[in-house]
Design a protein around this ligand. Structure first.
Ligand SMILES: [Zn+2]
Ligand SMILES: [Zn+2]
Length: 332
C-alpha cells in the first residue's frame, strides 16, 4: 500500500463510519436496537481498543513488555481492525511523535499551525486530531523509526494485509449477528452498523483525542519538553492511554496510570498476562523515581494544578537539536 492508497483508505474509514452513525441514529429512533447490538459494540470496541493501546502502542511502539509470538500476533491483529493504519506505519508515526513531540517534525502536534488566535488553536487541534492523516507530505519511514518491527516477518504480513483485516473486523459482527439471530438479515445489518461502523467511529475519535486534547487540555504532573497532559475522563475509552503526561515522562513504562485512581485497563491486562506467564520483562517505574520527577515540576510551579494552557509559549522553549536515526535499542 503506497502513501496515496493509505490516505484514501484513512479517508474512507473516517467518512464511512459517519454514515454508519447516521444509520445508527435512525435505528435508535425506530427502536430497532437490541441487547445484541450493545454487546456487539462493546466487545468489538474492546478488541480494537486493547489492540491499539496494549498492542500497537505499549507493545510495538514502546516495547514495554516482551511476549511470545502468539500473543504478539493476536494483539497486532486486534489493533489492525481499528482501521488506524498498518501496525508498522502506526508505530513509526508514534515513535517519531515521541522523539520530537510538539516541535518541528511531530506528525500530530496541536501547535503545528502556530499559536495565539482562536483560529490557530482550532486549526492546530484539527490537524492533531485527524488532519495530519491527510497530509500528503507526511511519511514516517518505518526502516528509520522501527527497524526492529520491519525485520519481523509476522508483523510485516499483518501490516501488508491491513485492508483485509479491517474488512474482516467489519464483517465479523454482521456474521455473528446473523448466526445468533438464527438467520435474520436485519440482525446482520445492525451488527455491522453497531459492531462495525459505530465502533470504528468511536474508537478512532477517542484514540485521536489523545493526540489532540492530550497535548492541549488537562493536568501535568511531570515536567516534559512537550505539552502532554493527563485527561481523566478519557481514561476508560482510551484504555489508559490518556494519562499522556505520565506516558511522555516515562515512555517505556507498561502502566500509564500512576496512582490508584488513574484507571488504566491496558496495565491491568498486561499484569494479568504477566501473571499467566504470557508476557514478561514488563517495564515498571518505581514510586521514588516518579516522585523525584514530579517534584521537579512542583518546583517550577506546575504539579497537579498546572494551568491548561502551555506554561511557556512553545516559541520560547529551548529547541534541542535533531537526534540521529534510531537503531533498535533506541525505543522511546
Ligand atoms: Zn503525545
Ligand atoms: Zn507513546
Amino acid at each position: 500500500m503506497d502513501g496515496r492508497q493509505h490516505r484514501l483508505f484513512i479517508l474512507a474509514v473516517s467518512l464511512v463510519p459517519l454514515l454508519g452513525v447516521a444509520v445508527a441514529m435512525v435505528l435508535l429512533w425506530n427502536r430497532a436496537f437490541g441487547v445484541s447490538d450493545v454487546v456487539s459494540l462493546v466487545v468489538m470496541y474492546a478488541i480494537g481498543g486493547i489492540g491499539i493501546s496494549t498492542g500497537f502502542h505499549r507493545m510495538l511502539s514502546h516495547r514495554s513488555f516482551k511476549s511470545g509470538r502468539a500473543v504478539q500476533d493476536v494483539l497486532a491483529v486486534a489493533g489492525t481492525i481499528a482501521g488506524q493504519g498498518p501496525a508498522i506505519i502506526w508505530a513509526a508515526h508514534h515513535r517519531r511523535h515521541h522523539r520530537v513531540a510538539d516541535r518541528d517534525g511531530d506528525p500530530h502536534s496541536p501547535y503545528a499551525g502556530g499559536e495565539g488566535s482562536r483560529r490557530a488553536i482550532l486549526k492546530g487541534l484539527w490537524h492533531a486530531h485527524l488532519g495530519w492523516l491527510f497530509d500528503e507530505e507526511l511519511t514516517s519511514d518505518p526502516v528509520r523509526y522501527c527497524p526492529d518491527l520491519v525485520r519481523d516477518r509476522h508483523l510485516r504480513w499483518i501490516s501488508e494485509h491491513f485492508v483485509g483485516i479491517v474488512v474482516a473486523g467489519l464483517a465479523a459482527p454482521a456474521l455473528i449477528g446473523f448466526a445468533v439471530s438464527g438467520g435474520e438479515p436485519m440482525a446482520a445489518l445492525t451488527g455491522f452498523v453497531w459492531g462495525g461502523l459505530v465502533r470504528l467511529f468511536l474508537l478512532s475519535h477517542f484514540t485521536y483525542a489523545v493526540n489532540s486534547l492530550g497535548h492541549f487540555h488537562g493536568r501535568r504532573r511531570f515536567s516534559t519538553p512537550d505539552e502532554s497532559r493527563n485527561i481523566g475522563w478519557l481514561a476508560v475509552p482510551s484504555f489508559g492511554d490518556s494519562w499522556h503526561n505520565n506516558h511522555h515522562a516515562f515512555p517505556r513504562a507498561a502502566g500509564h496510570g500512576m496512582r490508584w485512581y488513574e484507571i488504566d485497563p491496558s496495565a491491568w491486562l498486561i499484569k494479568g498476562l504477566a501473571a499467566l506467564g504470557l508476557v514478561w520483562d514488563v517495564i515498571e517505574i518505581d514510586k521514588d523515581r516518579q516522585d523525584q520527577r514530579a517534584a521537579g515540576l512542583a518546583r517550577i510551579g506546575g504539579g497537579r494544578h498546572a494551568r491548561n494552557e502551555p506554561p511557556v509559549p512553545l516559541a520560547e522553549m529551548p529547541r534541542r537539536g535533531r537526534r540521529p536515526a534510531a537503531d533498535a535499542a533506541d525505543i522511546e
